[in-house]
Each structure stands twice: as structure tokens, then as C-alpha cells.
Design a protein around this ligand. Structure first.
Ligand code: PSU
Length: 303
């Protein structure tokens, strides 16, 4: 039998053994979502935010074929500067591990790893979703299907505004995924607090979000929950400002024939350039905000 090369950082191993709250964090946002050095600075701030809220951060990545649940500062710093890192989703994960490669985990792959490790709550920036024009390209992120399969509560700032948000909600609904806006009726859209769409569900209390996850498990329902946490007001870029840039970045992606896994990293990088860095400042603020809420949910979950 092949045993899975999996290792825990000492901090995460201790927390899990004690039944203490742990928050999973992904690594694609580090390698493919943000430029260096802001990527490593953000990853370190997000870990500190989780700790300050009373939980242990577990950043997940595959390093030389070993699945790591929790990274040391040295590993995090090295990953943030590495080139040639695979972007790993459900389909790629076993191949990356088998060939001893280094891979950054997307939302889907991080959910899988978190569940294997017994971690129930996970914070990210924004989930992948149904891309515009998906009726032609069939580009639907594996993140959505993973939410329908794997019992992890994912805290994000809503679907990224580069996506087709109504279609993203439809796919989540089809797969039985609760989409819960936190503290407001509107579904947030990553850089903006409002998407123009009312969220299917709303909860205002982290403890109730934890209770809903436990109720789901008690009912024997598979799949996780998506918590859509609006970006803090001070950091948001409103839709009227951001959407023209989104349209431009999307048009450029199409003109250049950018497809599949390359689409999201291309669009995030172009948004960074087009907004002269403003999109990155907002992205950093929203990830940190999500980490704080995820920690509160994890604390309630561990009670
Ligand atoms: N959140 C961010 N930046 C990112 C991501 C999330 O703020 O780069 C990553 C996540 O890893 C997510 C991925 O799974 O973007 C979506 O990629 P795709 O659209 O190719 O499924």
C-alpha cells in the first residue's frame, strides 16, 4: 500500500491533538494570487490574525511531494519566492505528490487536505466560480464541486467580481451548498461589499455558522458551507469603480487566448496593474478579515 506523505507543523499537531481551534489557509493565493513580497507578508499577517483570534493557522501546501498541514516561516518564505510551483486542485493533487513536485493548493485542494487533517474551517480571499462565457468555455472552478463534496466551512469575500456571479450561485445551489452572507443581506463580491444580488442565506453570529456545520454533519449531508464575508467598508472598491477594470481585464484575457488554470492568475495580475495596486490592497484587507471571522467560527466549533 502507498502511504500518503503527509506532515504536520509542530504547532498544528499540538492544536489538533488538544482539540483546539485550527483554521486552514491555502497557498495558491501566495504563489499565483499576489506578487512577491506582498504575498509572504500577507500570509504572515493572516497567520497572526488567526492566532490573535484564539486559533492556530494551518497553511497548506505540497513541498517536494509532501503534503504539509502547517508551514514554518522558512517554508512559507521559500514558497512565496519559488517559481515553477504547480497550481493544484483535486485533479492534480495526487500527481503532484506522486512525482515529488511542489504545488500550491487551491480552495478545492485545501478543503481536501483540511478534511483529511480533521480541520473544519478554512479562510481564503475569494472562491473560484463560473467564469463569464462558461456556456462556451465550460470554465467552472473545481472549488464549487468541492464545496458540494467535502465538509469544510470556507470563509471567503464572495465570488471574485471577475466571475459570472448568478451562474456561480446556480451551480452552488445545484450541489446543495449553503451560501451564507455574514452580517448583511447582499452577497458580497470580493473587492466590493455588494454584488447587486441578495445572498441565499444570512447569519450574523459565528457560533451559528459553526452550529449549522455541525447540524449538516448530524444530518449526514455531505459537503461544506460557503460563508461570504464582506470586505471592510474602509477597504472596499465599489462596483462602479472596479467593474470597468474587470471588463478590460476580461477582454484582454480573451484576446490573448488565456484559458483554464491561467485565467484567474492573469485576471488578478491585470487588475493589480489596472488599479495601480489598489486591488491588491483590498485583497489583503479582505483575506485578513476572512481569517479573523474563520478563527471565530473555529473557536465556536471547538466548544
Ligand atoms: N483568493 C484570492 N486570490 C486567489 C485565490 C483565492 O484572494 O488567487 C485562488 C484560490 O486558490 C482559488 C483560485 O481556489 O484562486 C481559483 O482558481 P480557478 O478560478 O482557476 O479555480
Amino acid at each position: 500500500m502507498t502511504t500518503l506523505p503527509l506532515t504536520y507543523s509542530p504547532e498544528v499537531a499540538t492544536a489538533l491533538k488538544a482539540g483546539a481551534p485550527v483554521v486552514a489557509l491555502e497557498s495558491t493565493i501566495i504563489t499565483h494570487g499576489m506578487p512577491y513580497p506582498q504575498n509572504v507578508e500577507t500570509a504572515q499577517m493572516v497567520e497572526a490574525d488567526v492566532r490573535a483570534a484564539g486559533a492556530t493557522p494551518a497553511t497548506i501546501a505540497i513541498l517536494n511531494g509532501v503534503l504539509h498541514i502547517g508551514l514554518t516561516d522558512a517554508q512559507l518564505t521559500e514558497l512565496a519566492q519559488a517559481t515553477d510551483v504547480m497550481k493544484v486542485s483535486r485533479a492534480d493533487m495526487p500527481v503532484c505528490i506522486a512525482k515529488g513536485a511542489t504545488g500550491a493548493t487551491t480552495v478545492a485542494a485545501t478543503m481536501i487536505a483540511a478534511h483529511m487533517a480533521g480541520i473544519s474551517v478554512f479562510a481564503t480571499g475569494g472562491i473560484g466560480g463560473v467564469h463569464r462565457g462558461a456556456q462556451e468555455t465550460f470554465d467552472i472552478s473545481a472549488d464549487l464541486l468541492e464545496l458540494g463534496e467535502t465538509p469544510v466551512t470556507v470563509v471567503a469575500a464572495g465570488p471574485k467580481a471577475i466571475l459570472d456571479i448568478p451562474k456561480t450561485l446556480e451551480v452552488l445551489e445545484t450541489h446543495g451548498v449553503p451560501v451564507i452572507a455574514y452580517g448583511q443581506d447582499a452577497l458580497p463580491a470580493f473587492w466590493s461589499r455588494e454584488s447587486g444580488i441578495t445572498a441565499p442565506l444570512r447569519l450574523d453570529d459565528p457560533a451559528l455558522i459553526a452550529k449549522s456545520a455541525k447540524t449538516r454533519a448530524a444530518m449526514g449531508l455531505k459537503g461544506g458551507q460557503l460563508v461570504a464575508n464582506p470586505i471592510p467598508l474602509a477597504d472596499e472598491i465599489t462596483r462602479d469603480i472596479i467593474m470597468p477594470y474587470v471588463e478590460q481585464a476580461l477582454a484582454e484575457a480573451e484576446a490573448q487566448g488565456i484559458a483554464a488554470k491561467a485565467v484567474t492568475p492573469f485576471l488578478l495580475q491585470r487588475m493589480f496593474e489596472l488599479t495601480e495596486g489598489r486591488s491588491l490592497v483590498a485583497n489583503i484587507a479582505l483575506v485578513r478579515n476572512n481569517a479573523r471571522l474563520a478563527a471565530q467560527i473555529a473557536v465556536a466549533y471547538a466548544l
